[in-house]
Structures are given as C-alpha cells and as structure tokens.
Design a protein around this ligand. Sequence first.
Ligand SMILES: C=CC1=C(C)c2cc3[nH]c(cc4nc(cc5[nH]c(cc1n2)c(C)c5CCC(=O)O)C(CCC(=O)O)=C4C)c(C)c3C=C
Ligand SMILES: [Fe+2]
Ligand SMILES: [Fe+2]
Length: 360
Amino acid sequence: MTETSNYQQHTAPDVLPADHPEVAQGKVGILLVNLGTPDGTDYRSMRRYLSQFLSDRRVIELPRLLWQPLLQAVILSRRPQRSGEAYEKIWNHEQNESPLRTITRRQAEEIAQCFTGNEETAPEVLVDWAMRYGTPSIEDRFMHLNESGCRRILVFPLYPQYSAATTASACDTVYRTMMRLRWQPSLRTAPPYHDEPAYIAALGASIREHLAQRSQWPERILVSFHGLPRENLDKGDPYHCHCQKTARLLSSYMSEHLGNDCPPLQIVFQSRFGPKEWLQPYADVTTADLARQGTKRLAIISPGFAADCVETLEELNIGLRETFLENGGEDFTYIPCLNDSQAHIDMLTGLLRRELAGWI
Ligand SMILES: C=CC1=C(C)c2cc3[nH]c(cc4nc(cc5[nH]c(cc1n2)c(C)c5CCC(=O)O)C(CCC(=O)O)=C4C)c(C)c3C=C
Ligand SMILES: [Fe+2]
Ligand SMILES: [Fe+2]
C-alpha cells in the first residue's frame, strides 16, 4: 500500500449514524495573506479601511487612549481623501478593485492550478487568499477552508521580510480565529523568505529581463523597501536586517551574472508615516540627492511587495519618478513586482510544497 492511500484511510470519515451532522474533512488548505486594501476610493471606504489598519496595535504601537482620539479626530479627517486620490490613480476600474486585490487573487488561482489535476497531490489541496485589512478577511477565508474540510491549514504571509507590523499581525488574526473553534485544524505558518535562493533568483531575473528591453542601462538601481519606525528595529524587529540581507544577496546575484556591467544597487526605505524617524535612507531624499548630484538614469525595484500596490504604482512609479525628473534626472524606470509572473508562481509553489512536507 502506498503512503497516499494510507493517509486517506486514516482520514476518511468513519461510518456515521443517520442523524449525525455531516463532517467534511481530510483536505489540506493553503491561505495566502496580503496586507489589505480599501473596497473603493471614496471617503467612506478609505476611512473604514484606514481606521481598521491604523487601529492595529501591531502597526501603531501607542497606548489606545492616546492614539484613538488623534486617529479618529485628526488623521481620519484628512488622510482618507488624500489616500483615496492616490488609489484613484492606480485603481483597476475594469474589476473595480485595487491592483493588490486583483494580483493576489490571480496568484492564488495560479498556485491552485499547480496543486490540482496532479495525481501525486493527495489529499486534496484547497488554495485561498485573504487580506489582513478589508476584504476578503482572514477570518472569513480561514473559516471557509475549515468548513470545507481542511483539517490542516498552512498560512502563507506574502511578506518576504518579517515584521511584527505585517507578518505577526496576519498570524495574530489567524490565532484569534482559531480561538473561536471547538475542533481546530492543525496549523502551520510559513517563515519569511527574504534570503531564499529561488526568491533572489526570481528578483534578479526580473531586473535583467526588464533592463534588457531598454536602450540604455541605469547608472544605479535603488532597492526600495516599505519603511518602519526606526524604534521598531531597536525593539528587536528583524525587518531591517531581512531587508538588508535581501538587498545584499540581490546585489551579489547581479554582480555574478553581469560582472562589471552591473550598475550599483542601493537600499532605500519608502512610505514614511507620521512624524517619527523611520528606517533610513529615505527613498525620496536619496532620489532627489542622486538627481541633483548628476545621476541621469535610475532604476528602482521594490522586492518587499509580492504584488504591485498603491505603494509601488503610485508612490514609486508616479511620485518618485516626478521627484527624480524635477531634480534633474532624465530616465526613471520602475521594475514591477514579481506579481503573477510564472517565475513568481513557481517560486511560491516551491516554498509552499516545502512547508507542506509530510502533509501532502
Ligand atoms: C511590505 C511591508 C509593509 C510594511 C512593513 C508596512 C508597514 C507599515 N505601513 C504603514 C502605513 C500604511 N501602509 C499603507 C499601505 C500599504 N502598506 C503595505 C505594506 C507594508 N506596510 C502595502 C502592501 C500597502 C498597500 C495596500 C494597497 O491596497 O495597495 C497605507 C495605506 C495607503 C496610504 O494611506 O498611504 C498606510 C497608511 C505603517 C504605519 C506601517 C508600520 C508601522
Ligand atoms: Fe504600509
Ligand atoms: Fe505610501
């Protein structure tokens, strides 16, 4: 008897009495989780989204009594309008949703295909996706997997670099959801993958392919990560180290493949929020300085985002481009996120298979 049929034998439901509620079981679930997104660009949708996001104690680590009045009365009176305008510039009007939601759904669909129609994959693997803020929620999709008979669930936060503000917050929500269940599924959460060779290779290949289509090479490549308050690093968050390691490995990969032709790579941090110091060097300051000091051709990649979103499409490809050109730069090129490229789907499927070892 093969291992697969043994497994099925042990997980097949017993013969149930006629009045017993139906029990769905025996499947494995994968839940991909990304950050979140508003349902629309209007003031109310933006306010609802930002209120949920910025009320998360993993994101803003201030005492509730101090933060909530400031958030509700000051920040949420102006920011929804401003952020809504940014989302409007990059909104997917065809499907009336943000690019992050469109791309995350496609990623899940394509990964699901890799796990179906494959005789070797037993038991059945269900792939779903969720957002930490907004919809579809983690609670909703996790419960759906559970009710569909997934007795084993792998949660995969789509954040290559771990931070408490992102990865831990997504996992917290899963654990809170588990607390509501009498019969909990077995749970695994995937580790960060900032230094996985397959991830670095996929990023490196995407840079090479992008630059190969251009007539002239950039003088420099900025490797931009979403920022974090500087004090989070001092409190022990590994995010900064993970970003540095990704950038270092990517730089080595590029030098190995391009030798002396490789433009230098430089790490920067984008998307500052609030008055505190955030991780440095800042993307906007560095870009303006480079342009003023004579850099004419600049490329930028943002490896911390598994999918293009407002932070890349608006802040970098529109906002940072303007900063560069206004300060004397001439050629700015944005290298898209790995999104649902075949290389990305293959890389993610490889990591998922590894994390599912013993389950499939
Ligand atoms: C990839 C890692 C991310 C980290 C780390 C992160 C930390 C972080 N973010 C904010 C505040 C905002 N972020 C916003 C958007 C946003 N952030 C990430 C990822 C990380 N955030 C993504 C993928 C997105 C885009 C979502 C989309 O729908 O496209 C926003 C909303 C947009 C805006 O108003 O500017 C805010 C606000 C903080 C405070 C923080 C760490 C403490
Ligand atoms: Fe963010
Ligand atoms: Fe931003």
